[in-house]
Design a protein around this ligand. Structure first.
Ligand SMILES: C[S@@+](CC[C@H](N)C(=O)[O-])C[C@H]1O[C@@H](n2cnc3c(N)ncnc32)[C@H](O)[C@@H]1O
Length: 140
C-alpha cells in the first residue's frame, strides 16, 4: 500500500512538473544584449504597425513558402532559389511541387564577405563546396 501510494504521488509530481515545463515562461536574463534585443523588437513592432499595416506576417519559413505558393499557378514556371545551404527550403519547395524543377544556386563555400548587421562572417555557411542531398526534382 505504501509503495503504491508513493508511486502514485511520484507520478503525480512528475506530471505536474511536465505540465509546468510546457507553460513555464522564462524571462530573458536582464543583461545589456537582451535589453537591446527587446528594445529593437519593440521598435520593429512599432514600425510594422505604423508603416506595414497590410503586410502579412508568417511565423515560419514553411508557412511563408506555402502562403506565397498559394498565390500562383505552376504551369511553365521556372523556380530558382539563391542560397541553398543545406537545402532545407529547397527540398521543402521540391516536395510541395513534385512536378516542377527547382534550380538552386550556391557556391557551398559560404558567404563571400561578411553580412552586415549580424555576426555572420565571410565563410559562414561553408560546406567545403559539397552540395547537400536534394530531391530528384532539384538541380543545383
Ligand atoms: C542563409 S543561407 C541559405 C539558407 C537556405 N535557403 C535554407 O533554407 O536553409 C545563405 C546561403 O547563401 C550562400 N551565398 C550567399 N552569398 C553568395 C554568393 N555571392 N555566391 C554564392 N553563394 C552565396 C551561402 O553560401 C549560404 O549557403
Amino acid at each position: 500500500m505504501f509503495i503504491a501510494g508513493s508511486i502514485r504521488r511520484l507520478i503525480s509530481l512528475f506530471n505536474q512538473q511536465r505540465n509546468k515545463k510546457k507553460t513555464l515562461y522564462i524571462p530573458p536574463k536582464p543583461n545589456l544584449h537582451n535589453l537591446l534585443v527587446l528594445r529593437s523588437l519593440e521598435d520593429t513592432a512599432s514600425f510594422v504597425e505604423k508603416y506595414l499595416g497590410n503586410a502579412v506576417y508568417r511565423p515560419s519559413r514553411e508557412t511563408f513558402i506555402r502562403s506565397v505558393l498559394s498565390q500562383f499557378s505552376f504551369e511553365n514556371l521556372v523556380i530558382c532559389e539563391f542560397g541553398v545551404y543545406k537545402a532545407r527550403s529547397t527540398n521543402y519547395l521540391a516536395k510541395l511541387l513534385p512536378h516542377c524543377t527547382i534550380h538552386g544556386f550556391d557556391s557551398f563555400f559560404g558567404l563571400p564577405k561578411k553580412w552586415s548587421g549580424n555576426d555572420q562572417d565571410q565563410g559562414y555557411f561553408n560546406l567545403n563546396g559539397k552540395p547537400p542531398i536534394v530531391e530528384k526534382n532539384v538541380k543545383l
